[in-house]
Design a protein around this ligand. Structure first.
Ligand SMILES: Cc1ncc(COP(=O)(O)O)c(C=O)c1O
Length: 481
């Protein structure tokens, strides 16, 4: 019914692994993604039957109905959002972790020590002490939420756990830049600060938080009787990869007794690339950092990580040990440092990939992504029909298709918005768009160990082709009017 004999498991496991390997071999030449046919959508969403189904038939169904319609991020021509291909050993790590299936809430079993091991490594690369607080999370959003909850606990005038915001006389204010990720706003809302008390500070021409504007906002809020408590800086904004001036923000936080948080979900591990390292100076002074191994360490989703310098404060924020969990006190439990009680064994896929690649290997892989972004930018600068909108210092490039220098801004916006679905549907490359200073741009983010120069050429060719088709379709529809 539900169990399999070891022999059946072995046979089905080999089948599944064969299917994955076939897909990996074919992927470079396959469309990045293809639309899911309407009848298949219905089938995938239909409820399970009441009777049992044959396990092999089910795996073959996955081969036909799921694997051919991926999001696309295993492809070397996928450069959208911040989604990497899965490191193959990480895929096997997920399988092995499910086979052990522990709850890594804590306790004396191997999975706990594996997680402590990877957390030590992550702390060390950001210059954090070995005894700092740390926990793996589902992703960057929760890796930001957890430290901001610790910040709220520490900055509250009264006992936040007991009285919540009812004990506060003055509203607390958080600062991020206009380029800060939406998860900072979600956290501010969820934690009860309210989005009206999240200031979005303007950025300079490099899309970095303006220090003068930050200082002015903090002064204004203090003068208005509010309590500035935290700056959530970015080490790699999602739009352009900008890294805020971390040392200067750390100084400002120290001067105003504010918590200094860094969102490094996309860019944090860029610190490993020699060419980018200098941009991270000051991150080691942060009270807390969010990073995301499922982005630039290429670990299969989900795998984020929250670091909080003051482990005792982190524990004070979350620890609540009911009587039925008081029998194992070897090491503090992870469940005392975060939201979840039962926790998956995410650490294994990260541990395996880290051991395989090594620190030097990661430096090279991340540096290579940054170099490819530089190459893409050179190609754009060398083209008359493309304009560069934002570049560096990490692996994001924003650009626009502008086939005619007479075109007005509004027309270029409309053209670039309209051509994107055509690029995506072409299967040649997958990129998404964003807005910069109110202008529509195409955004390519390379966190992909499979991408090579030829793939950049295919992306630019697909953009040009989609642009021409859009203009032609536009001309035809005007002629018909
Ligand atoms: C800068 C930044 N912060 C936070 C996040 C949210 O991370 P996740 O999607 O893993 O929750 C992202 C996602 O792209 C990001 O780029």
């Amino acid at each position: 019914m539900i169990d399999l004999t070891p022999d059946e498991f072995r046979r089905l496991g080999y089948l599944a692994v064969d299917l994955i390997a076939e897909r990996m071999a074919a992927q470079p030449d396959l469309p990045v993604r293809q639309p899911v046919p309407a009848d298949l959508r219905d089938r995938l969403m239909s409820p399970p039957g009441a009777t049992t189904a044959d396990p092999e038939a089910l795996i073959r169904r996955v081969a036909e109905e799921v694997l051919p319609y991926p999001m696309g991020n295993g492809s070397p021509r996928f450069m959208a959002w911040v989604n990497s291909p899965p490191a193959p050993l990480g895929i096997l790590g997920d399988l092995l972790a499910s086979a052990v299936n522990p709850s890594v809430a804590g306790g004396d079993h191997a999975a706990t020590y594996v997680e402590h091991g990877v957390l030590h490594w992550i702390k060390s690369i950001f210059g954090y002490p070995a005894d700092a607080g740390a926990i793996l999370t589902s992703g960057g959003s929760v890796a930001n939420l957890i430290p901001l909850a610790v910040m709220r606990h520490c900055k509250a005038a009264d006992d936040m756990r007991k009285r919540g915001f009812n004990g506060e006389d003055f509203p607390m204010v958080i600062y991020t830049s206009t380029q800060g990720h939406s998860c900072i706003q979600k956290a501010a809302e969820l934690l009860g600060f309210g989005s009206a008390y999240l200031r979005k500070i303007p950025v300079d021409s490099d899309q970095r938080m303006s220090l003068d504007a930050l200082r002015d906002a903090v002064e204004d809020d203090r003068a208005a009787g509010l309590r500035p408590v935290c700056v959530a800086a970015s080490a790699g904004t999602v739009n352009t990869g900008a890294v805020d001036p971390l040392h200067a923000i750390a100084d400002l936080c120290a001067a105003y007794d504010m918590w200094f948080h860094v969102d490094g979900a996309y860019g944090g591990f860029g610190i490993l690339a020699p060419s980018a390292r200098a941009h991270y100076a000051g991150i080691e002074r942060a009270d807390s950092i969010a990073v995301d191994p499922h982005k630039w360490l290429y670990v299969p989703v989900e795998c984020g990580c929250a670091l909080v310098r003051d482990a005792a404060a982190m524990r004070e924020t979350f620890s609540l040990i009911p009587p039925y969990l008081r029998d194992d006190r070897a090491l503090p439990w992870f469940s005392e440092f975060g939201i979840q009680q039962t926790r998956g064994f995410k650490a294994l896929k990260l541990w395996l990939t880290l051991q395989q690649v090594g620190t030097d290997g990661y430096s090279r892989l991340i540096e290579n992504d940054i170099a490819l972004a530089g190459l893409l930018q050179d190609k754009i600068l060398a083209s008359d029909d493309l304009e560069l909108a934002a570049a560096g210092p990490l692996s994001v490039t924003c650009f626009r298709y502008r086939p005619n220098s007479e075109m007005e801004d509004g027309e270029i916006d409309a053209l670039n918005r309209a051509l994107l679905p055509r690029v995506q549907e072409s299967g040649e490359a997958f990129v998404t768009g964003t807005e910069l200073d109110g202008r529509a741009v195409i955004r390519a983010c390379i966190v992909n160990f499979r991408t090579q120069e030829a793939h950049l050429d295919r992306l630019l060719a697909a953009v040009r082709r989609a642009g021409e088709e859009t203009l032609r379709a536009d001309g035809n529809s005007r002629n018909r009017l």
